[in-house]
Design a protein around this ligand. Structure first.
Ligand SMILES: [Fe+2]
Ligand SMILES: [Fe+2]
Length: 196
C-alpha cells in the first residue's frame, strides 16, 4: 500500500503527537514530585519523559523515512488527555494512559501496519507497547506506595536504604526523615519496589 494513502501514516502522526504530549506531562509531573520533596521519584519520572521523547523521535523518523519529500504537513484529528490533580492522582491517571497505549492503542496500530504491509512499523509499535507496559507498572507502584505512605517503609524486615545524593546506606525498617550525612530529605533516598 502507498504510505501517503495509508492509515499507518495517520497513526504514526497521532502517536508522535501523543508521545510529545506525554513527554511534556511527565516533565510537569517530575517538577511536582520535586516540589513535594520526592527527588528520587522525580528522577524516575524524568527518565520516563526521556523514554517518551525517544518514542516520539522514532515515530517522527519513520514518517520521514516512508513519506520522504512528500510529507510536509499531516492533519491529525485525535483526542488527547488533559487531566490534572494531586501527585498521587496523576500517577494513577498516567498509569491508566500507559495501560491503554500498551494494551490497546499501539497493538491495534501494529495490526493495521501489518495489514497494510509496513512490517517494520508494526514491529516499532509492538516494541514501544512493551515499554509503555513497564511505565504502567512503575507508575502503579509509585501510586500504590505513595498512597499507602510506604515509599520508604519495609514491610518484611530490615532494608538497606540508600541516599542517592551522598551514598549513605541506612539499615532499618524505614529510610530516615532526613539523611544523617547530607541532611537532605527522605525523598532523595532510592525507592525500591521489592520491599512493599
Ligand atoms: Fe511512549
Ligand atoms: Fe510511556
Amino acid at each position: 500500500m502507498d504510505f501517503q494513502q495509508s492509515k499507518t501514516k495517520e497513526n504514526l502522526a497521532r502517536s508522535f503527537a501523543a508521545e510529545c504530549q506525554e513527554g511534556a506531562r511527565y516533565q510537569f509531573m517530575a517538577k511536582l514530585a520535586q516540589q513535594e520533596g520526592y527527588q528520587y521519584m522525580s528522577n524516575l519520572i524524568r527518565g520516563i519523559a526521556k523514554n517518551e521523547m525517544a518514542h516520539a523521535e522514532q515515530f517522527f523518523n519513520k514518517i520521514n523515512e516512508l513519506g520522504g519529500a512528500n510529507v510536509h504537513n499531516i492533519d491529525v484529528k485525535a483526542g488527547y488527555p488533559f487531566q490534572s490533580g494531586t501527585l498521587a492522582e496523576i500517577l494513577q491517571l498516567e498509569a491508566n494512559n500507559e495501560k491503554n497505549s500498551g494494551e490497546n492503542i499501539y497493538p491495534g496500530f501494529a495490526n493495521i501496519a501489518r495489514d497494510e504491509g509496513f512490517k517494520d512499523v508494526a514491529d516499532l509499535f509492538d516494541m514501544i507497547a512493551k515499554v509503555e507496559k513497564t511505565h504502567q507498572r512503575t507508575l502503579e507502584q509509585l501510586h500504590k506506595s505513595l498512597k499507602g505512605n510506604c515509599l520508604y517503609k519495609c514491610k518484611t524486615g530490615e532494608h538497606a536504604f540508600k541516599c542517592e545524593e551522598c551514598g549513605t546506606i541506612i539499615l532499618g525498617k524505614c529510610a530516615p526523615k532526613t539523611c544523617p550525612l547530607c541532611c537532605l530529605p527522605q525523598g532523595n533516598y532510592r525507592i525500591d519496589f521489592s520491599i512493599n
